[in-house]
Design a protein around this ligand. Structure first.
Ligand SMILES: *Cc1c(COP(=O)(O)O)cnc(C)c1O
Length: 390
């Protein structure tokens, strides 16, 4: 047995985990018996609907579902996914070669660089952004190249700012709207620009649509696949996690370009053995049934959003009201870092938020709060935050 366990270089290359000190402060507050309000977690607090759970219960009793599932996912699940895209977005997909079941979209994000990125290849990733884009890139030996998301651009990457040289070296681009952590949305114009850019430089586009159906007040998020030609260059990742309160179930799909789906499938065939069939059946029930439960979730989030945003604004905070996602991205007062402010809010108000710097360099100057807590608790959080001297 070696004295010291050495990690492979690729693990040492992963960025440091920036939330460790926040986690420690939170644990200290909890252990001290404080009534902690956690606005840090991006995980729905509401339960999965019972009709979805019932389908899991029924199908889990069938021995045929106890065996290895198909690697590409059940044909019926892929058909449900395609029918859902047709019904909700008028996008036609071939369930056989343009849809692939994923064990959550994080799995797809993590695996896709293994299929398409050679050591040293550039991957374009948004900053601030979901940390897995960078981690997946690094684990595949790729080099993340940051696309800053800035307020003056509506938190949308400026493709014109990417040099021809960098674009020529890029193999893959990750984008994500509605966005985590900024809660920004984008329009079809941006997707059209991405398609043109990807065609010019031969870049594979992965649009992470985890919040595509977490939308408010009649807003509906565009799909990347609506752009003519999008299917020549990219895929969209659709997740049931956030829409149906199913984060723990681990079920999502990759949709779009058959060649990209095939490459991702090759990696998966060698590394995992697919999603438990009863979970795919339950997911079919979620997609095929009335979407009233989704509307109800979204109504709840929008009420919470109004309480949090209007409350913070009334105390002088600079906050936009998001049209989608369950995040609120808050510009912080000058003279304090996002980490210091987060620590202050835990220590003085027992309110946990997430420092923007944890999502990348360009997240500095912001903190993120989540709407996965009741209205009453959000109102209480606002009251407590208002009393903190910053
Ligand atoms: C939550 C989240 C995911 C992960 O979704 P799963 O399908 O549960 O793996 C992916 N991308 C973003 C941006 C997220 O916030």
């Amino acid at each position: 047995m070696a004295d010291k366990i050495n990690y492979a270089d690729r693990l040492d290359k992963l960025p440091p985990y920036l939330f460790a000190s926040i986690d420690r402060l939170k644990d200290e507050a909890v252990n001290a018996g404080k009534d902690v309000i956690n606005l840090g977690v991006g995980d729905p607090d509401l339960p999965t609907q019972s009709h979805i759970i019932e389908r899991l219960n029924e199908t889990s009793r069938d021995p045929a579902n106890h065996q290895y599932p198909s690697y590409t996912g059940m044909t019926d699940f892929r058909k449900s996914m395609a029918a859902y895209y047709k019904r909700t977005r008028n996008i036609e997909l071939d369930p056989v070669c343009e849809v692939l079941t994923l064990i959550g979209s994080k799995e797809g994000v993590g695996h896709i660089p293994l299929a398409f990125v050679n050591p040293g290849d550039t991957v374009l990733i948004p900053d601030p952004g979901y940390p897995v884009y960078g981690a997946g890139t690094i684990l595949a030996g790729g080099e993340p190249f940051i696309m800053p998301l800035m307020k003056n651009n509506g938190f949308i990457p400026d493709l014109d700012a990417i040099s021809r040289d960098t674009a020529a070296k890029a193999r893959l681009m990750f984008i994500n709207y509605p966005n985590n952590p900024t809660a920004a949305t984008c329009d079809l114009d941006f997707f059209a620009k991405v398609v043109a850019f990807a065609k010019e430089y031969n870049i594979i586009v992965v649009h992470d649509a985890a919040y595509a159906d977490v939308t408010f007040n009649g807003y509906s998020a565009a799909s990347f696949l609506e752009i003519p030609g999008a299917r020549d260059v990219g895929i969209e990742l659709y997740s049931l996690s956030k829409t149906y309160n199913m984060t723990g179930w681990r079920i999502a799909a990759a949709l779009g370009n058959a060649g990209i789906i095939d490459g991702l499938g090759k990696v998966k065939t060698n590394l995992d053995s697919g999603a438990f069939q009863p979970i795919q059946y339950a997911a079919m029930t979620a997609l095929d049934s009335s979407q009233d439960c989704v509307e109800e979730n979204n109504r709840i989030y929008s009420e919470r959003r109004d309480i949090l945003v209007e409350g913070l604004r009334s105390h002088g905070w600079d906050v936009e009201k998001p049209k989608a996602s369950f995040y609120v991205w808050i510009a912080i007062p000058p003279g304090i870092t996002s980490s210091d402010l987060t620590a202050l809010l835990i220590n003085e108000a027992a309110v946990v938020t997430t420092p923007g710097i944890g999502f990348g360099t360009y997240g500095e100057g912001y903190i993120r709060m989540t709407l996965t807590t009741s209205k009453e608790r959000l109102a209480e959080a606002v009251d407590r935050i208002a009393k903190v001297q910053i």
